[in-house]
Design a protein around this ligand. Structure first.
Ligand code: ASP
Length: 918
């Protein structure tokens, strides 16, 4: 590095590109290199000056190099060919030609030089590989390999899909392997590779605007290095340069661009052949800047990051050439060649062969190896991010990719980006995940995240605290979870927000589904759940006085009562007709004058009533037909009473909080209880796409119901279950929501097991670099038990007073289903009314009897009443005298008196006589 002043002054003379020789050159051969440059100024001048100076100053070397430099006028192939011919035909001759950077004239120049067998050294990109050429050597990586390297590095980024934006057709040639990679990229249907040609510029906005409203976030940009900054600046004004976006720049000189003015969080990755921050590189660049001093007498400070790839390759090519020349047993001679003659350079292939076999050199552009045609097949392609961190290296020789950063390093790099911004978290309102905080006093205005509370917010707070970022909760449009909108052909809800780049994260009770995972990534699950059925315990019955009537329908009661009357009458008539029921009134009298029939209306009714009341009767018919009729009534009574008893038992136990359905199968089997679910959620998706015939049937059933059984929100479903009478609506919902609902409303219940198993996760854009950090945070919270604590806080502790479990246990203590007073009031009432009627009739009979007594005994009514009352209230008397004064009374009447028959009996007897057919 330390160069003596005398040498430098010598070099000053040497490097006037016209072979001014210093004294040392007397014994050395002077060889000339032809150099073609495009345009007047080229960075290649730096290594050229420096390297040739070093060679010429090296005492042990056998040769002194001089250069013959020609500038090519851009794009004019004819002019270019003339310039090349004049270079080859120059008097001093030359040993080799350095080709120009890629230009339209390159193919022509190449063919001229090739035909003349002149050693031709290139340091610029070439779309096709050399084939069968022994005088060519290109230090620029072989296009096919470079393309493979680019494809491998793109693959290392694990993008699901991307857009290739190319400026010229050369870009497509460079990216051919990436395009071929379409097959490995398309892991899922959502993966894509789109190809678009960039417009001419300088206004690139209309071109990129197209992507602004699409879901594309990954771009491979192949354009001229000088266009990178203007393009990115315009992209930035469109808001496409934030953390959501990833750019892969294919230019090997992308590192020379100063991105600081972009102030971006976007992930911009660049590729390069060398590490400009390495010490060797810095030293080389320092040498070059010194050579500037020698050349122009003023030192030009060179910044390593401004050095282009071609400059570095030019340096390496010179290094190889000089080493090859110095190592050749017989030095080639400067020779002039005419484009129009047919003489070719004698040792063109020798020099190239010697260069190809150089070993032990330390080129700046990494390992160099050529194939037999002069294509560079060994090189390392490095992938850097915009923080100048090495992400991966691809080796050209064996085609392997080495990922430079481990998982933690990648994560921490992503975290540092996240910390710089305010993370937007898309969410939705839904208990208990996120609720609006009610103002504590009138006029209180809450702002930012303070407006909300709930599980999601607490979880996000803790995740943000662990990672160290700040965030803002933003409610999604229409409170949707996120599903594919067939009409609008886009995702809505939280998933849509992520795809539209409106949010960096999304949190709510968002189920991780296969469909969603195609378009967004999810963190580790923070909750596990399954679909289950929410139903309501049967409504508690009110105090119905006539609850004892409920075992039978009203019609059964009416029919039974009517039958009782009808059968009693039929029995009455049959008994009159059948001779068996006409009996001797005095069995001791063998030849009675008349027969008696005891089956009057009264007795018929009494017999049928006794039967149906399960009490029987002390008189029974003797006639065949009447026995038949009464027997059938017994049969009827047997069935009816036993059914009543059985039904009464069921009716009494109906309140035992028993649900009529126990599983989804039960639901599917019946039509009485309607069931529904949340529209446009993973629950619906589950039923929609299920292969299980039961679930398919259930979904068809739900779809066919009018009015609809679907709900817009889980809370609406819960409300509907509560409000629907007689538990005639059940709601299929995720178990976590069911847990919450039954904790709040004790009359609700989860029925059956989970129909599936799934989880909730925090969603983020696909391949979000911060996914690892979020995962780690969720895992930490899980391991520390904080997730469980949060669940308890929002599920259990929200309920004031007794928990539903306690409430239900209390209910159990009350021995549900027992025959309590409320349910038996009616029977008491019937008894009371019946007995009251009995008492009333008794009083009437008594008063009527008093009247008879007063008439018969010629007493005043009051006297008779007094006497009868005194007699009746004397509880020790059980016998009563027959009044003898009524001598004129008939036998029948006497017997009536003896039996102390009541007036009512007399009335009935009269009616009986009236209907007496005989
Ligand atoms: N959690 C569900 C979702 O993410 C919503 C539901 O079906 O309950 O779509």
């Amino acid at each position: 590095m330390i160069v003596s002043w005398s040498n430098m002054i010598c070099a000053y003379h040497l490097l006037t590109f016209r072979s001014i020789l210093c004294a040392k050159t007397n014994h050395r051969d002077i060889l000339t290199i032809g150099i073609l440059f495009n345009g007047a100024v080229s960075q290649s001048e730096f290594p050229l000056n420096s390297t040739i100076f070093s060679n010429n100053m090296e005492e042990d070397n056998f040769l002194t190099l001089s250069t013959n430099i020609r500038q090519l006028s851009n794009d004019d192939s004819f002019e270019a060919s003339k310039t090349v011919c004049s270079l080859l035909d120059a008097d001093e001759g030359l040993v080799a030609v350095f080709g120009p950077p890629t230009s339209p004239a390159s193919p022509l120049i190449e063919s001229i030089v090739k035909n003349l067998n002149v050693p031709y050294i290139l340091t610029s990109w070439k779309g096709t590989s050399y084939d069968g050429s022994e005088t060519f050597l290109n230090f620029y990586p072989d296009n096919e390999r470079l393309s493979k390297g680019i494809a491998a590095l793109v693959q290392s980024l694990e993008w699901n899909g991307f857009v290739i934006i190319y400026e010229t057709e050369e870009g497509l040639v460079r990216l051919q392997e990436v395009l071929k990679g379409q097959s490995w990229m398309r892991k899922t249907n959502q993966d894509f590779i789109r190809i678009r040609q960039l417009n001419r510029g300088p206004d690139y906005k209309p071109f990129f605007k197209h992507f602004k409203n699409s879901t594309e976030t990954n771009f491979i940009l192949d354009c001229k290095t000088e266009n990178i900054l203007p393009i990115l600046q315009q992209v930035r004004t469109l808001g496409m340069l934030d953390i959501h976006f990833n750019y892969f720049l294919t230019s090997l000189d992308a590192h020379t661009v100063d991105y600081s003015s972009l102030d971006t969080n976007a992930n911009i990755t660049t590729i390069r052949l060398f590490d400009y921050k390495s010490e060797e590189f810095k030293n080389a660049v320092f040498k070059w800047s010194l050579s500037q001093l020698r050349t122009y007498n003023k030192r030009k400070e060179l910044n390593p990051y401004t050095i282009k790839t071609e400059t570095v390759l030019f340096h390496d090519a010179l290094l190889y050439l000089i080493d090859a020349l110095n190592g050749m047993p017989q030095l080639p001679k400067n020779e002039k060649t005419s484009c129009y003659g047919f003489d070719s350079l004698r040792d063109g292939t020798e020099l190239i062969k010697a260069m190809r076999n150089r070993e032990y050199l330390e080129p700046l552009s990494g390992p160099i190896q050529f194939d037999e045609h002069g294509n560079r097949v060994d090189f390392n392609l490095h992938l850097y991010n915009n923080d100048e961190e090495l992400l991966a290296t691809w080796s050209g020789l064996n085609g392997t990719t080495t990922i430079a950063r481990n998982y933690d390093e990648t994560t921490s790099a992503a975290v540092s980006n996240l910390i710089k911004i305010k993370v937007i978290v898309s969410t939705r309102i839904g208990e208990p995940y996120l609720m609006k905080v009610p103002p504590k006093y009138e006029g209180e205005i809450l702002e930012g995240n303070d407006r909300y509370e709930g599980y999601s917010k607490d979880l996000m707070d803790q995740v943000a605290e662990i990672i160290g970022f700040t965030y803002e909760l933003v409610l999604t449009e229409n409170n949707n979870y996120g599903n594919w909108d067939e009409e609008k052909k886009r995702w809505n809800g939280l998933v849509g927000d992520l795809l539209d780049k409106k949010a960096h994260l999304a949190i709510c009770d968002l189920t991780i589904t296969h469909e969603r995972q195609q378009v967004v990534d999810f963190s580790m699950p923070f909750m596990t759940l399954g679909i289950s059925i929410l139903h309501k315990y049967p409504d508690k019955r009110g105090t119905d006085l006539f609850a004892f009537l409920e075992p039978f329908d009203i019609s059964v009661w009416i029919y039974s009562a009517t039958l009782y009357l009808v059968v009693s009458l039929i029995l009455f008539f049959i008994a009159r007709m059948t001779p068996g029921d006409w009996e001797n009134p005095h069995p001791c009298d063998e030849n009675p004058e008349m027969l008696e029939n005891i089956w009057g209306i009264k007795n018929c009714h009494w017999a049928t009533l006794g039967t149906i009341m399960n009490q029987g009767c002390d008189i029974l018919p003797k006639g065949i037909s009447s026995r038949m009729a009464l027997g059938m009534w017994w049969f009827f009574a047997l069935i009816i009473t036993n059914s009543y008893i059985a039904n009464l038992t069921a009716f009494l136990t109906k309140d035992k909080m028993e649900l009529p359905i126990k599983s989804a199968e039960d639901l599917a089997k019946q039509n009485k209880i309607k069931y529904g679910l949340l529209r446009f959620g993973s629950t619906e998706a589950f039923f929609k796409s299920s292969n299980d015939s039961i679930y398919q049937r259930m979904y068809m059933n739900m779809k066919s119901q009018r009015p609809t059984v679907f709900e817009k929100d889980n809370a609406d479903g819960v409300q509907r279950v509560c409000n629907t009478k007689n538990s005639l609506y059940a709601f299929l919902m995720e178990s976590t929501q069911i847990e919450y609902a039954i904790e709040k409303k004790c009359k609700l219940k989860q029925v059956g097991n989970w129909l599936d198993t799934k989880s909730y996760g925090i969603a983020m854009p696909i391949n979000a670099p911060y996914r690892g950090a979020i995962n780690k945070a969720v895992l930490t919270l899980q391991e520390s038990g904080n997730l469980t604590k949060l669940k308890k806080k929002w599920w259990k502790d929200v309920r004031k007073g007794d928990s539903c479990e306690d409430v239900r246990n209390k209910g159990k203590d009350e021995k549900e289903g027992d025959l309590d007073l409320a349910k038996t009031t009616g029977t008491f009432l019937v008894l009371a009314v019946g007995v009251s009627i009995g008492i009333s009739i008794g009083i009437l009979e008594f008063l009527w009897n008093v009247r008879n007594v007063s008439v018969e005994e010629h007493l005043s009514y009051w006297e008779a009443l007094k006497n009868e009352l005194a007699f009746a209230t004397n509880i020790f008397i059980y016998r009563k005298k027959i009044k003898s004064s009524s001598a004129e009374s008939s036998t029948e009447r006497k017997s009536d008196k003896i039996e102390n028959k009541s007036i009512m009996q007399n009335m009935l007897h009269s009616a009986n006589s009236l209907m007496n057919i005989n």
